[in-house]
Design a protein around this ligand. Sequence first.
Ligand SMILES: *Cc1c(COP(=O)(O)O)cnc(C)c1O
Length: 345
Amino acid sequence: MDRIDLRSDTVTWPTPRMRQAMAEAPVGDDVYGEDPTVNALQAQAAALFDKEAGLLVASGTQGNITALMTHCGRGDRAIMGNIAHTHLYEAGNPAALGGIQTHMVPVQPDGSLRLEDLEAGITSDDSHYPVTRVISIENTQGSVGGQPLPASYIEAVGALAHKRGLHLHIDGARIFNAAAALETSVAELCAAADSVTFCLSKGLCAPVGSVLVGSHDFIRRAHRVRKLLGGGMRQAGIIAAAGLVALEEMPGRLHEDHAKARALADALAQMPCIQLDPAPVRTNMIFFDLHPDAPLDAEQLAERLRADNIWIGPFGKWRVRLVTHYWIMPEHVEFVAQRMRHHLA
Ligand SMILES: *Cc1c(COP(=O)(O)O)cnc(C)c1O
């Protein structure tokens, strides 16, 4: 990669092995279910998550809205976090495309939604109310710094959902980061979920794509929703080939990204102009605030760092997000810390 890009793990380039696999992938028409590489990826994803079936989708956003529209009809309620990606960053698609009423519950600093808040959002069987169909949780929870939610918590949410006749969806864009941080498997983390979306195109380094997994019946219905959303792709084996390499090679190395984030957070926390508690840095994401009396605000700091070939993500005037990934080398950590120290002196 030609720059030290810490804005997101979405900036990752495919690896040489992925490009090779893409060039050589056997393909077919996936709308007919005839692309062998897509079928292999979907089967591999389902096996890893211990679910019956998988569905390749164009993006995490498409995976989540496909899941929500498969679980919910028009006017139905989906419960999710008030700063969940599905609420904040998916262009209002539950309302715009699904006619779905979203009910927001406050996200706690550890990324969880309180069970009592979830329970209070579930409507009773009374014609005044929308019918509540699904609870959606995010793992890792990005907006609180990539916090991983443990299996015990997810089981409790699943038990509540199922007791009340609802489904549990996991927006697992970074579920492999959660599994690495918690030293468990994605199957274990998602045992209670009826559907899970995960991204191939973030920490797993593939260029495009996400996969939705669930039961045979769920995926059969999701297939129609994906088509409705324009997500029926043809020789998509070109994309899936990179995804297969991603699943094979990347989950086992994500702890390296977490170690780099931790090392960078520890270095930044020493700097007087930076307010950062390294303790919550458990995966590949760091949020910090610049002191209001720092010599630069977030935008100005980002601009200075670009001259050093370092790219960071300002999140408001004083807040910065940094995300580590495959293309951030361990030696970049010290260089980034040193340049930050220099610009903030
Ligand atoms: C990135 C992300 C998505 C959406 O993925 P896209 O591929 O960018 O559409 C969904 N949820 C979370 C938590 C994400 O970080």
